[in-house]
Write a protein that binds this ligand. Structure first.
Ligand code: SAM
Ligand code: SF4
Length: 327
């Protein structure tokens, strides 16, 4: 469906848990209290929301978190969402730490894409930034996903004086595996200090110095606002998601569902619609009330986020952690 600015909203990111097996410093630092399971949407409620959303024109779903694979039974949920009429694509975002266990099942379900987050190729830096992760597991996940035939993307957040010296080595994974590597600008949400983030204008400059043959890749790679570059005759692309320095709000096609049942129309604001009350009321097959609440929330999506070019947030900026919202 269209929102009030005429944007076609067809993509919903669904955070199925706020829990995670890692503690990335900018996302879910140590010491965060868990939300009790009674406050988290059940799988039945998530499927119900996806079904209602599909009737309003949402055709693409991203399963995210926290870390989706820490929630028991998450692959069953993915299977159920895949089976909804009108849902054309179900993809998942993961830190890759446990992907090895699930990769065969994901292929069997017919999952349409796997995004794996990787900020560094240095084991010590990896442990530092993720709090407790093992680089080897995420690298293995990338290898398995790339070899599985499922569309695979790597997501990287670059930070000044932390991993900016790794642009070349991380980007080179795109050409090594024939996949997409995307550099995402740090957003001032939750625990993140966007001023530590690197601008993608600088990243592109560095990439062009390394590979002067890089050229814009006009083909559509997914649901998002990434701008892609490729090298003639070489498989794999490098994407830039420039939320801060290349505001793309006029093309925004998405809404977000938090694990606690809030429909967030824009990542940049602390506003949203609590779906819990309507989910708890009796409903019939048409689920009319839920659809009307979703419709209103989508129509009223804000025109644009309010992050400044310096990465500052406005008074109504989202204070919750990215692990609660799903990225
Ligand atoms: N645990 C999964 C993972 O790490 O891919 C899924 C959830 S995580 C919140 C989704 C994505 O959000 C990750 O790629 C992460 O790097 C990104 N992210 C977290 N905080 C961010 C921020 N402040 N700005 C931009 N991206 C962020
Ligand atoms: Fe967990 Fe992903 Fe956030 Fe890291 S970025 S703490 S892996 S949810």
């Amino acid at each position: 469906m269209l929102d009030k600015y005429g944007r076609k909203i067809e993509y919903m990111r669904v955070s199925i848990t706020d829990r995670c097996d890692l503690r990335c410093r900018y996302c879910m630092p140590e010491g965060i209290k868990k939300v009790s399971m009674s406050q988290i949407l059940t799988y039945e409620e998530i499927v119900r929301i996806c079904r209602a959303a599909s009737e309003l024109g949402i055709s693409k779903i991203k399963i995210t978190g926290g870390e989706p694979f820490v929630r028991l039974g998450c692959t069953g949920l993915m299977r159920d969402i895949k089976a909804i009429d009108g849902i054309e694509e179900v993809t998942v975002t993961t830190n890759g730490q446990t992907l090895e266990k699930y990769i065969d099942e994901l292929r069997d379900i017919g999952i349409d894409g796997i995004n794996i987050s990787l900020d560094t190729l240095d084991p010590e830096r990896f442990e530092y930034i993720t709090g407790r992760g093992e680089l080897g597991k995420t690298l293995r996940a990338i290898e398995l996903a790339a070899g599985s035939g499922i569309k695979t993307k790597i997501n990287t957040l670059l930070q000044k004086e932390f991993n900016e010296d790794e642009i070349k080595d991380i980007a080179a994974l795109a050409f090594r595996y024939g996949i997409d590597v995307r550099f995402i600008e740090m957003m001032p949400v939750g625990a993140a200090d966007a001023e530590t983030g690197l601008s993608n204008t600088e990243v592109l400059k560095k990439l062009m110095e390394i590979w002067p043959d890089l050229e814009p890749d006009g083909s559509v790679h997914g649901n998002g606002p990434a701008v892609y570059y490729r090298r003639p005759g070489v498989k794999g692309s490098i994407g830039l998601i420039s939320a801060i320095h290349g505001k793309f709000c006029q093309y925004c096609n998405r809404v977000r569902l938090t694990s606690q049942g809030q429909l967030k129309p824009c990542l940049g604001f602390d506003t949203g619609t609590d779906l819990m009350p309507v989910l708890k009321r009796p409903h019939d097959e048409t689920d009319h009330e839920l659809k009307e609440v979703l419709r209103k929330a989508i129509i009223d999506k804000p025109k644009a986020h309010s992050f400044s070019n310096e990465g500052n947030a406005s008074d109504h900026a989202e204070q919750r952690l990215m692990s609660q919202i799903g990225g």
